[in-house]
Write a protein that binds this ligand. Structure first.
Ligand SMILES: [Zn+2]
Length: 244
């Protein structure tokens, strides 16, 4: 009786003998990638056909694929070639630098799909505002998502008032969110619920500041050409929950 492995070995041997292995390998390789439209890169026309609300829904659907293990496997080098001379991403994401929350992966997006700005604690400053004004007003992205996450080290640092080099000034951007969260419980990073509440407050503040501090973004939202949303990623599950 043959084991499955032996059967495979015998088939491989026959392919080698008949000289058709390169063909078989080509078929296997092409089948490994999803086909259009899933892997079609965004063009200005395709991007413009996505409404701001649909842009958010695309990201939600992408995270659903991510958590269910159904991510789309595209030929990334084909996408590199197709986007070499132009890009038309449908969304922009402000995320944390945390290695466990790469926006393209958790939203199941690929080359040319989304702009990403990442900074520890995903807060808004002048450079982030300028980056997103480019991503939307100039380059046409239809939505911005501020993506915070659970157990964020930057949030913990701000909560504990950590002092270290340039980190001190950076964490000052997050302190207002920590100060705004009311609790009778311990106000340190040891309090998981407090850290989570501050992270959510920090996201809400970033969402508000994108329009409060940018006339360009505010005008796009006012015109219905841009939607801005906040969301939290759960490190334990990979799931992204959009804030109401
Ligand atoms: Zn973080």
């Amino acid at each position: 009786m043959r084991t499955p492995g032996m059967v495979g070995g015998s088939m491989l041997t026959r392919r080698l003998f008949c000289g058709c292995l390169p063909l078989a390998a080509t078929i296997v390789a092409s089948n490994a990638f999803a086909a259009a439209p899933d892997c079609a890169v965004f063009t200005p026309e395709r991007r413009n056909a996505v409404s701001p609300a649909e842009a958010i829904e695309r990201l939600k659907a992408g995270n659903q694929r991510f958590v269910s293990g159904a991510t789309i496997n595209c030929d990334l080098m084909a996408q590199v070639k197709e986007t070499a001379h132009a890009q038309a991403p449908f969304a922009a994401i402000l995320g944390c630098i945390d290695s466990r929350v790469p926006p393209e992966l958790v939203f199941d997006q690929r080359i040319g799909d989304v702009f990403c700005a990442r900074i520890a604690g995903n807060f808004v400053d002048t450079d982030i505002l300028g980056s997103f004004e480019f991503a939307t007003k100039v380059a046409g992205a239809r939505a911005i998502v501020v993506l915070g996450h659970s157990s964020c080290g930057a949030i913990k640092g701000a909560v504990d008032d950590v002092k270290l080099g340039n980190l001190t000034a950076m964490l000052a951007n997050i302190r207002p969110a920590a100060d705004a969260v009311k609790t009778d419980a311990e106000r340190t990073s040891a309090n998981h619920d407090f850290v989570q509440a501050v992270a959510e407050e920090n996201v809400r503040r970033a969402v508000a500041q994108l329009t409060e501090r940018s006339e360009v973004l505010a005008a796009l939202v006012e015109a219905g050409e841009l939607r801005i949303a906040g969301a939290m990623h759960d490190l334990a599950t990979g799931k992204v929950t959009f804030l109401a």
